[in-house]
Each structure stands twice: as structure tokens, then as C-alpha cells.
Design a protein around this ligand. Structure first.
Ligand code: ADP
Ligand code: MG
Length: 249
């Protein structure tokens, strides 16, 4: 069957999976063990996550749900190596994140993780094509090659005719589809999405979620998506509910 997304199944997923299998005979791509996160503001301590254990298999599509403030974004930040836990262990794609130096952590974030945000976070002065190409340029790929790959990904998310537009010249759904292309161009082992439909209307949300589902179905992309929309969570294979920083049984 012709793949909807460019190129082969991301080799890094297989590589990462093999690493975990060799070490522990299991298939977890993401493993959080006893993870807590405490934010301190002056004298005040906020426990954003409390003793979280979570295992996500390679190729799984997981939705993390729960009320505002329950720790969903914090959980994503820890998986993506954007923040460190106060306690506990985070292992992603065979790497114990606490063991990585600054440079290795930068490479981990750049090469193994793709992130989609509620507010899209596209650079306003760049065209969609330039935005999507940027992660490849940061990996040291020539601009010509990065732009060619960006056009492939933009075609896959249905934005070929918008590629020379700036973000403010397209709709929210189009911005999110471009952001998805940007998150995927590096073929990350893990796609993290924080309320990806939070700024979209119902019909557009469905389109974006259909793209996530297609990506998961056809490419076996591992996805951890934070959402408080049940319609979006329904696209995932498994729902992990958080309450007050804890995973509910
Ligand atoms: P959610 O994404 O589920 O709405 P968050 O993970 O953003 O929740 O936040 C969990 C809790 O941690 C909230 O009480 C929030 O106010 C607090 N928090 C998040 N980030 C910070 C921060 N950088 N400094 C202080 N408190 C924070
Ligand atoms: Mg949040």
C-alpha cells in the first residue's frame, strides 16, 4: 500500500525499540518511573506531578486527559526533555534523560522529539515552507534539500498551495497542519502534542485529528497527545487520566 506520508517508517523508532528490548526485554519507548515535579515560587511549592508511573509502547497513540492544572503539559515537557523531574526517572527511546549532558539533550530534543502546540508556534516572518524546513536546517541539512522535504510534508498535510504563505495569511487549521509537518520532518521517535485542537473549531479539529490518526495507522508513529476534548481523545488507543498530578487507576 502506498504510504500517505513521505519515506519509510522512521528507522529511529525501530532503533530505539531495539535498544529497549536488548536492555530489558520489553518494548516501552517511553518509561516514567516514580516521577514527581515540584515548582517553587518563592516560599510556595506546587506539586505538578506526584509519583507518576507511565509506560508507552513504540507505536502507541496515547491521550493524556484531565482538568486544567492537573499536570498534563508538565508531563509532556518531561518526556520531551524540556524540563527535568524533581524526582524519578524518565527514559525515552533508550535514553535516561538525566544521564544526558546539555549537548546530548539538545540533540535528543532536536532529533527524536517532534512537538505540536495549541498555539502552533510558527515563526511569523517565515513562510510555511520555511517554517517546516527549519528543523532540518538546524540538523545541518542544506536549505535546498530541507525545502524539498518540506514541500513533500506540506503536500501530505494538504498545504501545497499555501506553502509560500506566512502563518497570519492562513487559517488556524492550516497553521496546525503546517506545525504537524514541521514536527514530523525530522522523523521523530515520539510526537508530542499539547492541546493540538485547543484553538480550532469542531470541523477543523476533526481534520487535524484525522491526520494524527492516519499518521499513527500508516506510519506507526508513537504519539502522546494532551487534550481535554473527549472527541480528540477518542482518536487515541488509550487514555491516561491525570488528576492533581497523579495518574488515575
Ligand atoms: P495542565 O497542562 O494540565 O493545565 P500544567 O502541567 O501546565 O497543567 O500545570 C500543573 C500545575 O503546575 C499547575 O498548578 C500550574 O500552575 C503549575 N505550573 C506549571 N508550570 C509552572 C511553572 N513554570 N512555575 C510554577 N508553576 C507551574
Ligand atoms: Mg497545559
Amino acid at each position: 500500500m502506498q504510504s500517505r506520508f513521505p519515506g519509510p517508517h522512521p528507522g529511529r523508532i525501530r532503533e530505539a525499540t531495539r535498544l529497549r528490548q536488548d536492555r530489558e526485554g520489553e518494548m516501552a519507548l517511553i518509561e516514567l518511573t516514580g516521577v514527581s515535579k515540584v515548582y517553587r515560587r518563592g516560599e510556595v511549592e506546587i506539586a505538578a506531578l506526584r509519583q507518576v508511573d507511565l509506560s508507552v509502547a513504540a507505536g502507541e497513540f496515547v491521550a493524556v486527559t484531565g482538568k486544567s492544572g492537573c499536570g498534563k503539559s508538565t508531563l509532556l515537557h518531561l518526556i520531551g526533555g524540556l524540563e527535568a523531574p524533581s524526582r524519578g526517572r524518565v527514559v525515552v527511546a533508550g535514553r535516561d534523560l538525566a544521564s544526558l549532558g546539555e549537548r546530548q539533550l539538545t540533540e535528543f530534543r532536536r532529533d527524536l522529539v517532534g512537538v505540536v502546540f495549541q498555539s502552533f508556534n510558527l515563526l511569523p516572518l517565515l513562510t510555511l515552507e520555511e517554517n517546516v524546513a527549519l528543523p532540518r536546517v538546524l540538523q545541518g541539512v542544506s536549505y535546498a534539500r530541507a525545502a524539498a522535504e518540506a514541500r513533500e510534508w506540506l503536500a501530505q498535510v494538504g498545504l501545497t498551495d499555501r506553502r509560500h504563505h506566512k502563518p497570519h495569511q492562513v487559517s488556524g487549521g492550516e497553521m496546525q497542519r503546517a506545525a504537524l509537518a514541521r514536527a514530523l520532518i525530522n522523523r521523530p521517535a515520539v510526537l508530542l502534542a499539547d492541546e493540538p485542537t485547543g484553538n480550532l473549531d469542531h470541523a477543523t479539529s476533526r481534520q487535524v485529528m484525522e491526520l494524527f490518526a492516519a499518521l499513527h495507522r500508516k506510519e506507526g508513529q508513537t504519539i502522546v497527545m494532551v487534550t481535554h476534548a473527549p472527541e480528540a481523545a477518542a482518536y487515541a488507543q488509550r487514555e491516561v487520566r491525570l488528576r492533581d498530578g497523579r495518574v488515575m487507576a
